[in-house]
Write a protein that binds this ligand. Structure first.
Ligand SMILES: O=C(O)c1ccccc1NCC(=O)[C@H](O)[C@H](O)COP(=O)(O)O
Length: 215
């Protein structure tokens, strides 16, 4: 089966267009004001409007309250909610019930014990995004362009479908897939020309390499 690709942090129509045409399976829109990739609900609604069926529009939130989720969903057609903050498994279940949408929970990894959380979240989330844990002083909980030691995932059984994230680029995605056998990959800063500005050529190159046969 082909590897699924999520392009996260889209802010402009040319990035959405490049991702759709190159075969992305998920498009991510960041609703976190501190991020250089933040989009307003109106901007996201415009970017998400003409996305073909079969491509999931993912809304990325960090510790959202119910009001933010409800007001965003009132105007933005999202297919999946990504939770990228400190939401515990009970909150993941609440967000699923509140929104009626599948939830992808991000789990940060820096060392082997961080993988323990994959079990608890795997029981309640629909999908997992296994990302590099942000440095303690980081402004953002994700989208930092940092990789973790992919060998930690080799041979690991994970309860739910999952995407590998963190520091992926067109140059290293094949190696990451070879080591982890991930079913999908997520990228943000590795396909940007500047923070928040996606480069259509890098998006095409990333998707081509991620979906090529693994040798
Ligand atoms: O991308 C952001 O700005 C962001 C802000 C707040 C929380 C999460 C964020 N990104 C999460 C993602 O899904 C990224 O694609 C993932 O962390 C990988 O990022 P990168 O290492 O830059 O490819």
């Amino acid at each position: 089966m082909s590897v699924s690709v999520k392009i996260c942090g889209l802010t402009r129509p040319d990035g959405v267009d490049a991702a759709v045409k190159a075969g992305a399976r998920y498009l991510g829109f960041v609703f976190f004001p501190k991020s250089p990739r933040h989009v307003t609900a109106a901007e996201a609604a415009a970017l998400a409007a003409d996305v073909p069926l079969g491509i999931a529009r993912v809304g990325l939130f960090v510790n959202p309250d119910d009001a933010l989720l409800e007001s965003t969903l009132a105007s933005v057609p999202l297919d999946v909610i990504q939770l990228h903050g400190g939401e515990d498994p009970a909150r993941v279940a609440e967000v699923k019930a509140l929104t009626g949408l599948p939830v992808m929970k991000a789990v940060g990894v820096a060392e082997p014990k961080d993988l323990d959380a994959l079990w608890d979240y795997g029981l309640v989330a629909d999908m997992l995004l296994i990302d590099a844990k942000p440095p303690k002083d980081a402004d953002l909980p994700g989208g930092n362009g940092l990789a973790f030691d992919w060998r930690l995932l080799a041979g690991r059984q994970i309860l739910k479908p999952w995407l590998l994230a963190g520091g992926l680029t067109p140059d290293n995605v094949s190696q990451a897939l070879r080591l982890t056998r991930a079913q999908g990959v997520d990228v943000s800063s590795g396909v940007e020309s500047a923070p928040g500005i996606k480069d259509p050529d890098l998006i095409r190159s990333f998707i081509a390499r991620a979906t090529a046969p693994i040798l």
